[in-house]
Design a binder for this molecule. Structure first.
Ligand code: F2R
Ligand code: MG
Ligand code: MG
Length: 305
């Protein structure tokens, strides 16, 4: 039996949180991993997530509570919910701190780089748009743009967010092979740099390339242009055989921005395979499951209206 739509919503959000939490100790090399092992256990030993899930959770609650997002309110909600110990990107941390102190996001979102951030911080939180507006590309695209630029004004940061939202939306419905899924995304996006990366993965076809080759040819850094294609490849490839653990082993072996590649891939995997395909022994360990589940249900109900 294919998963229900409700199971796919929960699968996408729990897949994101699990990918984030399982990947977190491996993000950024041994020193940063050691630090996370020290502070990352979370309350009562629960598997603890990072900024990726924190921002996605706030966004999911925001979308579940209203018919359309309010970027000004959302900016303040993200800023007020920021916890440094969750490992935010340096640019995002500075912007959110200024927004929390009362500055308008429009005055700060190009203050670090003139074109804005091209990090993956907007892409890592974009999955809820694919769930909320899965059948309405125009609305999905509009709200991804209007909310990504709060922290990520650079076109590549925003394009990466569009791709993750489009991929989650597609995974809710399509049962394609990984190459077909990636080719369809490449045809939909207007962003040439992303098209080149996606077509690179399409050319691999059904051949299972090694993590080292995927990392070398797609990239796996904090930049959206590298980590988004890497996550889409891993998510699509391992969703075909419903192998979440295999997907995370692959992502950990690629290295780089492991928690965020895990989060983005997990959101695609869960949208296609449903919450029942996630490893139950890891789900049990995840922190704040009740809050995440309530957010998923509210978003599901809102999208059904
Ligand atoms: N910050 C982290 N991880 C490090 C700390 C965690 C560690 N494990 C620990 O022990 O504590 N992870 C989180 O940050 C990433 C998302 O980052 P975001 O929100 O995009 O931030 P930022 O700073 O805007 O961009 C990231 C870096 O990309 C480069 N960059 C961005 N725009 C640029 C531009 N226009 N020109 C040049 N470089 C640009 C900069 O190096 C930015 O610092 C996720 O991995 C999340 O998990
Ligand atoms: Mg993170
Ligand atoms: Mg990360």
């Amino acid at each position: 039996m294919p998963p229900t739509r409700e199971e796919r919503f929960a699968g996408s959000l729990f897949g994101l949180a699990l990918g984030d939490a399982i990947g977190a100790p491996y993000e950024g090399g041994p020193l940063s991993g050691f630090l996370w092992q020290l502070i990352g256990a979370g309350e009562r030993g629960k598997l603890r997530w990072t900024d990726d899930t924190q921002m996605t959770m706030v966004l999911t609650e925001h979308l579940g509570a209203r018919s359309v997002p309010d970027p000004d309110v959302l900016a303040r909600e993200w800023a007020n919910a920021m916890e440094s110990r969750r490992g935010y990107g340096p640019g995002s941390r500075r912007l959110l701190t200024r927004i929390a102190s009362g500055e308008d996001w429009r005055d700060v979102n190009r203050s670090i780089w003139p074109e804005g951030s091209m990090g993956n911080g907007a892409a890592m939180r974009a999955a809820p748009f694919g769930l909320r507006w899965s059948e309405d590309r125009e609305a999905r695209s509009r709200w991804v743009y209007e909310t990504s630029r709060i922290t990520h004004a650079h076109p590549l940061g925003i394009d990466g967010a569009h791709l993750i939202a489009d991929a989650v939306s597609r995974a809710l419905h399509a049962e394609e092979s990984a190459p077909d899924f990636l080719e369809a995304l490449a045809e939909e996006t207007q962003s040439r740099p992303f098209v080149e990366k996606l077509r690179q993965a399409v050319r691999w076809g059904a051949d299972p390339v090694t993590p080292a080759r995927a990392a070398a040819e797609l990239g796996c850094s904090v930049l959206a242009l590298e980590s988004v294609p890497a996550a889409l490849y891993a998510g699509a490839r391992f969703a075909e055989r419903r192998d979440f653990d295999g997907m995370m082993r692959f992502i950990i072996a690629m290295g780089g921005d492991v928690d965020t590649i895990g989060a983005m891939a997990g959101s695609v995997f869960g949208a296609r395979c449903g919450v029942g395909a996630l490893p139950p022994e890891r789900l049990v360990e995840l922190e704040a499951k009740t809050r995440l589940e309530a957010a998923a249900i509210a978003l599901y109900k809102r999208s059904a209206q």
